[in-house]
Design a protein around this ligand. Structure first.
Ligand code: GDP
Length: 426
C-alpha cells in the first residue's frame, strides 16, 4: 500500500516527524520532488537531525530509502548527509537512487546566487541551493540524468554544449568567471564514482514492491502553497509539492496512492517572500517564533527566522483540498499552550468581499485577514496520549479547525518526538 505525507501550508509543518513516525510500519520511503533547499528536522533516539536530501526513514534498519526521479539530486550533499548520520551512530541506511534522477551541478548553485544578487531587493528569497536553475535546465532538456554519468562519449559532447550556453550568460548577464568543459567533466566523474553503488531502476523496483504488498511512503517537501501550479506563484518552489506528483516523481501509477496524509500546522509560518495573509509582527510574532517548533521557528537549511502567523483556515482548507487529503495530521499544537486567546484567520476580506476560498496571487496580495478568537487552554499538553485527555478548549480548537477545513484530523501531534502523537478514530 502506498501512502503520501505532504504539507498543507508553506512547508515546515512537521512532515519529517510524521514520516519518521510512520517509517516504523513502512518498508520503503521515497523522496519524489525538491532538493536540498528545504529541510526536515527529526528528533529520535539517535538525537536531533536536519535532513535535506535523505528521506526521513533513514533511521530505521528495516526501511529502504529512495531518491526518486523527481528529486533535484545534489550528490555531494547526499553523501555528506549519509556520512553525518553514520558518524552519529545511525546504522548505514539502505539507499537507492533513481537512474532517471537529475543532478544539481555546482553551476546551478552559482546561477541561483548570481540571480538573487542581480535581483537585489526583488529577489525570491531563494535558499541558493540551485533548485530553480536546476529545474529550468531539466525542462530546457540540458540537465544531466544519473544514467548519463555512465556514458562518457555523451558527457564529453554535452559539457562543451553546456559551456557554450552558460558562458554567454555568465559573461554578459552576471559578469562572473566562466565554466570549462574539463572542469565540468571532472565534476561529473566525481559524482559518477560517488553515486554508482546506489543507482537503480526505481520505478521497476517500486512496481515489484507494490506487487509484493510492501508498504511504501512517499515523502513530500514544502507544502501546497509552494506548488508551482497551485501555490502562490511566483513565490513558489520549482517542483510540484503535491501528492499527485508522487506518482510521477517516484514512477508509480497514481491510483496506487491510497492514503494522503496532509500535515497541517496549528499556527502558520513561512519562509521567503510572498503574500502571507495571517502574518503577525513585533512581540507577538517573536514570542510565537521563540516558542514554535522544537527550539524556535528558524529555517532548517538557512537558520533564517521564519515569518509567523495565526492558523489560516482559507489557506489550509485549500492546501488540504489540492493535496487530495484523506487524513490531516495536525501538528505543533502544544506550542499554543501559552496563549490566553488564540486568533484564527477564518476568511479573507478582498476589496470588501468576504471569502473562504483561496484566491490567485494577484488577489491574495490584497487580502486582509478576518479573525475569530478562540479561548486558549493555558497548559502544557505534551505527554498526553488520548484525545479525551486533552483540555476541553484544546479539543474545541481542533474541532473548530476540522470543521472549517472540512477534512478529518486523524492525528494530533503534541511534541517533536516520534511518540508525541494522539490518534483519533474517524
Ligand atoms: P518539515 O519540513 O515539514 O518536516 O518541518 P520542519 O522540520 O522544518 O519543522 C518542524 C519543526 O517542528 C521541527 O523542529 C520539529 O522537530 C518540530 N515539531 C514537529 N512536530 C511537532 C509538535 O507536534 N510539537 C512541537 N513542539 N514541535 C514539533
Amino acid at each position: 500500500m502506498v501512502k503520501a505525507v505532504v504539507g498543507a501550508n508553506w512547508g515546515d509543518e512537521g512532515k519529517g516527524k510524521i514520516t519518521d513516525m510512520l517509517g516504523e510500519t513502512s518498508d520503503i520511503i521515497v523522496r519524489f520532488q525538491g532538493g536540498a533547499n528545504a529541510g526536515h528536522t527529526i528528533v529520535n533516539n539517535y538525537g536531533k537531525f536536519a535532513l535535506h536530501t535523505l528521506p526521513s526513514g533513514v533511521f530505521y534498519n528495516h526501511t529502504t530509502s529512495i531518491i526518486g526521479n523527481g528529486v533535484a539530486l545534489n550528490i555531494p550533499v547526499l553523501f555528506k548527509e549519509i556520512q553525518s548520520i553514520v558518524d552519529r551512530g545511525v546504522p548505514m541506511p539502505k539507499i537507492l537512487v533513481s537512474d532517471r534522477a537529475q543532478i544539481v551541478m555546482s553551476y546551478h548553485i552559482l546561477f541561483d546566487e548570481y540571480e538573487e544578487e542581480r535581483l537585489g531587493k526583488k529577489s525570491f528569497g531563494s535558499t541558493k541551493s540551485g533548485i530553480a536553475p536546476f529545474y529550468s535546465d531539466k525542462y530546457a532538456k540540458i540537465g544531466f540524468q544519473v544514467s548519463e554519468l555512465f556514458d562518457e562519449e555523451l558527457l564529453k559532447e554535452k559539457v562543451v554544449r553546456i559551456c557554450e550556453q552558460k558562458n554567454i550568460i555568465l559573461e554578459h548577464l552576471y559578469h562572473k568567471p566562466l565554466l570549462t568543459p574539463e572542469g565540468l567533466l571532472e565534476e561529473l566523474h566525481s559524482y559518477r564514482d560517488m553515486v554508482e553503488p546506489y543507482v537503480c531502476d526505481v520505478s521497476l523496483y517500486l512496481h515489484e514492491a507494490i506487487k509484493e504488498g510492501k508498504n511504501i511512503l512517499l515523502e513530500g517537501q514544502l507544502g501546497s502553497l509552494k506548488d508551482p501550479d497551485h501555490g502562490i506563484y511566483p513565490m513558489v518552489t520549482s517542483s510540484s509539492t503535491l501528492a499527485a506528483y508522487g506518482a510521477i516523481g517516484a514512477g508509480i501509477p497514481p491510483y496506487e496512492i491510497k492514503q494522503i496524509i496532509t500535515v497541517c500546522k496549528a499556527y502558520s509560518s513561512a519562509v521567503g517572500a510572498g503574500a502571507f495573509v495571517s502574518e503577525i509582527f513585533g512581540d507577538e510574532a517573536d514570542e510565537l517564533r521563540r516558542r514554535g517548533g522544537d527550539g524556535g521557528e528558524f529555517g532548517a537549511t538557512t537558520g533564517r527566522p521564519r515569518r509567523m502567523g495565526w492558523f489560516d483556515v482559507v489557506a489550509s482548507k485549500y492546501g488540504c483540498r489540492i493535496q487530495g487529503t484523506t487524513d490531516v495530521a495536525f501538528t505543533v499544537l502544544d506550542v499554543l499552550g501559552y496563549l490566553d486567546e488564540i486568533p484564527v484567520c477564518v476568511a479573507y476580506d478582498i476589496d470588501g468581499e468576504i471569502t473562504t476560498e483561496f484566491p490567485t496571487t494577484n488577489l491574495l496580495e490584497k487580502a486582509k485577514p478576518v479573525l475569530e478568537t478562540l479561548p486558549g487552554w493555558k497548559c502544557d499538553i505534551r505527554g498526553i496520549k488520548k484525545y479525551e485527555d486533552l483540555p476541553e478548549n484544546c479539543r474545541k480548537y481542533i474541532e473548530f479547525v476540522e470543521e472549517k477545513i472540512g477534512f478529518p484530523i486523524t492525528m494530533v501531534s503534541n511534541g517533536p518526538g516520534r511518540e508525541d502523537i494522539i490518534y483519533r478514530n474517524k
